[in-house]
Design a protein around this ligand. Structure first.
Ligand SMILES: Cc1cc2nc3c(=O)[nH]c(=O)nc-3n(C[C@H](O)[C@H](O)[C@H](O)COP(=O)(O)OP(=O)(O)OC[C@H]3O[C@@H](n4cnc5c(N)ncnc54)[C@H](O)[C@@H]3O)c2cc1C
Length: 390
């Protein structure tokens, strides 16, 4: 049987795509390795932009996420500064006429709301299917996997791969850049309420971020693997003293820390997001350094914009067009500016702001001062953060 679309991976990006197509008469199948009712990566929080919230509102899932106790923390202001140098910028939601610049959202709560909405829309989701390969021949995509040890297979006009890694597609080349640094993440509690204020601080070891989350902050501390191992092993109070020393007095005072973990920092992206009858979305297309909190939002926009292209083609009663070269080229062009801006911005921020070069302190300070002092520049920068680049 030839489906219109097979989505590989029912994570937040794959389910966003499926849900955005739920009002159409397209024949869509979504596959995921996780068993029904379970959620992978459930310890994670996601940094959601205002634009991503609007997408989830349109899909009818935002109210459920927002009603889940502790699942959504608004970021109303962002303080950007550098350690050991001048320059500071503050971004405010009120300057943009929005309630929040972004949100820290529980992955578990968002995935739960998306799964429930797919169930209500009677969209076909097959759980417990580990896809091993996606290929394309004879004008259709072929998806091969395993369920309960048995081989299973699907054919479709188009395969959308949103498995978080893109490894099942071997005909689209990927680039990996290893920053040779790790992110130490932890929950830290201050004796002062966070009031929705997030911090980005550039230090000579790399960028640090504090994101307000429920009654605490989510800390991201970029450092060398050796230093991260030492920091993880410190007693709690010694760790908090090290945090105060490194971050400075602009945040805190710190009273508690929990859940210290580390993961390696890389930038990984597909050289092109489309191949024959195949498209890569979300982290399968680009997995960015978390410094700017933009990775997930790019994935949501990938899914939403692909859905718009598919809906337009289905309204033109042109299903054979799905996955055709001209369809994929149009989608790829439509996503190019936003995608490359996200990749280049994140990588560039690390080059200029993350480098251990004291000569860069002055241009860094100047950039921050200009960002803060020039309202049009600040507005443009904040808008790109909220809605992406179009
Ligand atoms: C260690 C780490 C920490 C992160 N921390 C943050 C953070 O603090 N804030 C933030 O905003 N972002 C964070 N991110 C990024 C964020 O997790 C991603 O942007 C987001 O999860 C992308 O969603 P996705 O749907 O593309 O992929 P995923 O969330 O990875 O979902 C992929 C889905 O595909 C399924 N799948 C995978 N392989 C297969 C297969 N072979 N067959 C079938 N199904 C499959 C999985 O079960 C899963 O449901 C982090 C990423 C990593 C790696």
């Amino acid at each position: 049987m030839l489906h219109d679309l097979v989505i590989v991976g029912a994570g937040p990006v794959g389910t966003t795509l499926a849900l955005a197509l739920s009002d159409s008469d397209l024949d869509v199948v979504t596959l995921d390795a996780r068993p029904a009712g379970s959620i992978s990566r459930s310890d994670r929080s996601l940094a959601l932009s205002h634009g991503a919230r609007l997408v989830f509102e349109r899909l009818g899932v935002w109210s459920e996420v927002a009603a889940t106790p502790g699942a959504v923390t608004p970021i109303t202001d962002i303080d950007i500064s550098q350690r050991g140098g001048f320059g500071r910028a503050r971004l405010h939601a009120r300057d943009q006429g929005v309630d929040a610049l972004g949100y820290v959202v529980s992955y578990r709560a968002l995935q739960h709301a998306l799964d429930s909405a797919l169930g209500r829309a009677s969209m076909s989701v097959e759980h417990g299917v580990g896809v091993t390969r996606v290929s394309a021949t004879g004008g259709s995509a072929h998806v091969v996997g395993e369920r309960d040890g048995a081989a299973v297979e699907w054919s479709a006009r188009l395969a959308a791969v949103a498995d978080g890694g893109g490894d099942v597609v071997d005909y689209i080349a990927r680039r990996k850049y290893d920053y040779r640094q790790v992110a130490l993440v932890a929950k830290v509690w201050s004796s002062e309420p966070h009031g929705g204020l997030a911090f980005e601080r550039f230090t000579d070891e790399g960028p640090m971020a504090l994101l307000p989350e429920e009654d605490h902050y989510g800390l991201v501390w970029t450092t060398s693997p050796e230093s991260a191992s030492a920091l993880v092993a410190l007693p709690d109070q010694t760790f908090l003293a090290a945090l105060t020393q490194r971050f400075g007095p602009c945040a805190g005072p710190w009273i508690r820390v929990a859940d210290r973990r580390t993961f390696p920092l890389t930038l990984e992206f597909a050289r092109r997001v489309v191949g024959e009858r195949t498209v890569l979305l979300g982290n399968a297309a680009q997995a960015l350094h978390p410094v700017a909190g933009q990775g997930f939002n790019l994935g949501v926009r990938d899914a939403y914009e692909l859905a718009q292209e598919l809906l337009a083609a289905s309204m033109a009663a042109d299903r054979d067009h799905f996955g055709a070269h001209s369809f994929l080229a149009a989608y790829s062009r439509r996503r190019a500016a936003d995608r490359w801006a996200g990749i280049a911005f994140t990588h560039g921020v690390l080059g200029i702001f993350g480098a251990d070069v004291s000569l860069l302190r002055w241009p860094r300070g100047l950039a921050l001062t200009l960002l803060d002092a020039l309202p049009p520049v600040k507005r443009m920068f904040t808008r790109a953060m909220l809605y992406g680049v179009h």
